[in-house]
Design a protein around this ligand. Structure first.
Ligand code: NAP
Ligand code: GDD
Length: 356
């Protein structure tokens, strides 16, 4: 079996590559040319004879269609996206090109040049936006009410997948995945921003060889004993937003299972539990033994969004019943792994060294 992964260099692309290689696939990853190394999540796979990379960009139809035509894959996973919701407000046109036109380029290429290939699209819980069913869950039948340029572009792609399935009979499906995080999560997403800060703070306290008895001054600086030894506070936006957070390696299994069915269908993939950003912070600090974290965090309007999705809470019962998928890793275990990883690997594989 041969699979093409668009978006191979991202969090999910790296885990999905590992999963497919374990299953004996030949994996062809498509990555964008970059002036700096963007394959740090894939370093451990680069010598695998069944894994290869080709340069490509989903916004370029000629490029995408050549790749599909040349490779004749059995399965195509489109994980490529401008995936940061806040960024999509500043870069709406770019986000549209990558997140809406990109999937169209792939779908049309598969239809023309590799019709029997099965296609997976990375849809998102962001498409629900403000909409929640009366019982407090979002599921496959919940109305979509997108709240960002990102969500609108993803919703356009979601409908295109359905149309290619219904109009042309292609095996094309979308996983409506709720938030999923990991040690490989991009550092601008709130989960990793928190775990990296907590880990760096812990390492800084250790370097200072002091227990946590820091002075916290008015200038948003934490200092230990000496005014020159300072550490900036963690600056975040909306702490009350609630997300249904799962663990990325569990979620890529769902992508693969969705392509192994008799018929293509869309599925919600979630944990069924919703927590606030505040909960995430509390649990991350708990792992380094800090209970009183409020004074270490600054709520900064810079990190608020022009429009927010306040509440996400997924019902994954259709996936459980029909394709046998359930989440395996608990929320606390996931946060623990992320904090521990960031304490031990603070200098490795940094996609972004600033905490934005
Ligand atoms: P990610 O880490 O941001 O990865 C996105 C990938 O897309 C990267 O490999 C990126 O390449 C690539 N990409 C961006 N623009 C591209 C272009 N023009 N052409 C080709 N590749 C391009 O995202 P993720 O967390 O792995 O998520 C994977 C997919 O699932 C995304 O589509 C995301 O929107 C969707 N999703 C994610 C979640 C979640 O919670 N993680 C939930 C629901 C849906 P570079 O390395 O070059 O930037
Ligand atoms: N990024 C970020 N940075 N978010 C913050 C911050 C901050 O400093 N402070 C508070 N938040 C809040 C955001 O306002 C949002 O409500 C929540 O934390 C989660 O933000 P992100 O981690 O950026 O994720 P997201 O929910 O917007 O989007 C992620 O999940 C979607 C699925 O629901 C991304 O992975 C999307 O690509 C994905 O589709």
């Amino acid at each position: 079996m041969k699979a093409i992964i668009f978006g191979v260099t991202g969090q999910d692309g790296s885990y999905l590559s590992e999963l497919l290689l374990e299953k004996g696939y030949k994996v062809v990853g498509v990555n964008r040319r970059a002036s700096t190394n963007n394959t740090c999540r894939l370093e451990h796979l680069l010598d695998n004879k069944d894994f290869s990379l080709i340069e490509g960009d989903v916004t370029d139809f000629i490029n995408v269609s050549s790749i599909i035509n040349d490779q004749q894959p059995d399965e195509v996973y489109n994980l490529a996206a401008q995936s940061h919701v806040a960024t999509s407000f500043n870069e709406p046109v770019h986000t549209w090109r990558v997140d809406a036109e990109g999937p169209l380029n792939i779908l049309e290429s598969v239809r023309r040049y590799s019709f029997n290939a099965k296609f997976y699209q990375a849809s998102t819980s962001e498409m629900f936006g403000k909409s929640v069913d009366q019982d407090g869950y979002q599921r496959e039948t919940t109305q979509f009410e997108p709240q960002s340029p990102y969500a609108i572009a993803k919703l356009a792609a979601h409908h295109k997948v359905r149309i290619y399935r219904e109009a042309y009979g292609m095996y094309a499906c979308s996983g409506i995945l709720f938030n999923h995080e990991s040690e490989r999560r991009g550092e601008k997403f709130v989960s990793r921003k928190i775990t990296k800060w907590v880990a760096e703070f812990k390492n800084w306290l250790n370097d200072e060889n002091k227990p946590f008895d820091a002075q916290i001054d008015q200038d948003n600086i934490i200092s230990v004993m000496h005014p020159d030894r300072t550490f900036p506070k963690l600056r975040l936006g909306n702490l009350d937003a609630a997300r249904d957070w799962g663990y990325a390696p569990d979620y890529v299994k769902a992508m693969w299972v969705m392509l192994q069915q008799e018929q293509a269908e869309d599925y919600v993939i979630a944990t069924g539990t919703s927590r606030t950003v505040r909960d995430f912070i509390r649990i991350a600090f708990d792992f380094i033994g800090i209970k009183e974290w409020e004074n270490l965090v600054v709520v900064d309007p810079e990190f608020y969004r022009p429009a927010e999705v306040e509440f996400l809470h997924g019902d994954y019962n259709k996936a459980k019943a029909e394709i046998g998928w359930s989440p395996e890793t608990s929320f606390n275990e996931m946060v623990k792994r992320m904090v521990e990883h960031d304490i031990n690997n603070s200098k490795k594989c940094q996609q972004n060294t600033t905490l934005t």
